[in-house]
Design a protein around this ligand. Structure first.
Ligand code: NAI
Length: 482
């Protein structure tokens, strides 16, 4: 790994390749480029110190450089151990004007294939700002809520004056967090309290992270305001759906190159992500079966033409299994034991607890073998194998390169606007969780129309009056569901 003054990436010599892909991506990200044009002169993020914890991909590089163009200082880590694109991380560390010998970019701590211990070290580095009064950021940009979690747990234990014994943790990851916080408590008993005091807010990218924020709000433990970027319409109804429609099969293809047509594929969960996944598998000619717990989503799946079954009904006969629920314990070891030889199992939900990897590893006599990084066969004692992608972590980022630029331009335009909102109008956002107002959602959509040759119809004043909306929008009430 290449370590600079203040960054850690896999290989700085990949920077030129990263820069070429960033340049191509900029053209595919009209939302971010329009925001640069609109706001660069005003520098609304001047003075902002943004800690980002979000997959360090080419698209994220364009987001980072947009924040910088608006005046922000930035430190970055990835939010998953397998999701970094090393050439993108190198290009960000080097910066547009630097060279691998003389890097001048953004402090970034991310490489593909981190250990969990390294992952939490990277998150801590992104949150630790040298030479500042509080030693920390004043803004967080999060995906899944890990940076926000570390700050909140740090403050909680500093208040209590002690960190629980790491041996009491019920999983490896929490044990690592407790060990990290035990160390910081020893070094500086006010590190996280001090650091959080200046944080104006967090903007959260994904369903799972947003879920954590509402839980903290309800428990009264939320320390700073948050904008739920996920539930902008131009985020969850686009990235989660059309993004996964692209990147799910990209991941399966790169990992296995198995012909999807004619196979039976099971999609667990029919929310925004599940809808995109089911459509992409059907587009390849698979017969798709959906599992759901919510009668509304189950009915939607049926009306969209999918069979809806329980996992039990189909576990022995299907070829491909994908979890998309954001819930835990969806495919258990006992399920995998019943699958066909060379069934493919993968997850596209945010965390790695949808597939019971620990239970699989604990089956007596089972043998794990690496086909290539992020693709493993697990051979059962009787000789049957299954193929598990990305060790149960999100396969579209682990086995492929995540969502393509155009859809991420929508998500990241929302992220950038949310950062500007929270940073420049702290008085408008007391501690709580907010979604962006609809006129900004519509603005993000507008940024993306020209590139696709969309010709929008203009509402005539009499028509606007008849349906009771302003000619310039917003066009729908807040309860409208799209
Ligand atoms: P969602 O809430 O719209 O959909 C999840 C669906 O799973 C719901 O309809 C729910 O009823 C269903 N479900 C819950 N428990 C279930 C069970 N035991 N069996 C079957 N179905 C069950 O959430 P969304 O937006 O679709 O996100 C799902 C996950 O994907 C989240 O963890 C989110 O953070 C993540 N995500 C991942 C992306 C990626 O690129 N890999 C992109 C966007 C979101």
């Amino acid at each position: 790994a290449a370590t600079g003054q203040d960054f850690k990436v896999a290989d700085l010599s990949l920077a030129a390749f990263g820069r070429k892909e960033i340049t191509l991506a900029e053209h595919e990200m009209p939302g971010l480029m329009a925001i640069r044009e609109e706001y660069a002169a005003a520098q609304p993020l001047a003075g902002a110190r943004v800690t980002g914890s979000l997959h360090m991909t080419v698209q994220t590089a364009v987001l980072i450089e947009t924040l910088v163009a608006l005046g922000a200082q930035v430190r970055w880590a990835s939010c998953n151990i397998f999701s970094t694109q090393d050439h993108a991380a190198a290009a960000i560390a080097v910066g547009p004007n630097g060279t691998p010998e003389k890097p001048q970019g953004v402090p970034v701590f991310a490489w593909k294939g981190e250990t969990l211990e390294e992952y939490w070290w990277c998150t801590e580095q992104a949150l630790t700002w040298p030479d500042t009064a509080t030693g920390g950021p004043n803004m967080i940009l999060d995906d899944g809520g890990d940076a926000t979690l570390l700050v909140h747990k740090g403050v909680e234990f500093e208040k209590a004056g002690a960190v629980p014994d790491a041996a009491t943790a019920d999983n490896d990851e929490y044990r690592l967090i407790l060990q990290l916080l035990t160390r910081t408590l020893g070094e500086n008993a006010q590190k996280w309290t001090q650091l959080s005091s200046e944080i104006r807010g967090v903007t959260e990218e994904t369903t799972t992270g947003v879920h954590r924020l509402y839980e903290m709000q309800q428990a009264g433990t939320l320390l700073f305001p948050a904008i739920n970027v996920n539930d902008a319409v131009t985020k969850s109804k686009f990235d989660n759906k059309y993004g996964c429609r692209h990147s799910l099969i990209d991941g399966i293809n790169r990992a296995t190159d198995v012909l999807i047509g004619g196979k039976t594929a099971v999609v667990c969960g029919y929310g925004d992500v599940g809808k995109g996944c089911a459509e992409s598998l059907r587009g390849q000619g698979a017969r798709v079966i959906v599992t759901e717990i919510d009668p509304i989503c189950a009915l939607q799946a049926a009306m969209d033409g999918y069979q809806v079954a329980t996992l039990d009904d189909v576990v022995e006969t299907a070829d491909i299994f994908v979890t998309t629920t954001g819930n835990k314990d969806i495919i258990m070891a006992a399920d995998m034991a019943k699958m066909k030889h060379q069934a493919i199992v993968g997850n596209i939900g945010h965390f790695d607890n949808e597939i019971d990897m620990a239970g699989l590893a604990a089956i007596p006599g089972i043998v794990k073998d690496e086909v290539k990084p992020q693709v493993h066969t697990w051979t059962f004692p009787e000789g049957k194998k299954i193929i598990v992608l990305s060790e149960g972590r999100l396969l579209n980022l682990g086995n492929a390169t995540g969502h393509p630029s155009f859809v991420m331009s929508n998500s990241f335009a929302n992220q950038t606007i949310a950062q500007i909102e929270l940073f420049t109008k702290p008085e408008a956002y007391p501690i709580g969780v907010y979604v962006l107002p609809k006129h900004l959602d519509e603005k993000v959509a507008r940024f993306h129309l020209d590139a696709l040759g969309v010709r929008l119809t203009t509402l005539r004043p009499e028509q606007a009056a008849y349906i009771g909306v302003p000619v310039e929008g917003p066009y729908k009430p807040d309860h409208y569901r799209y």
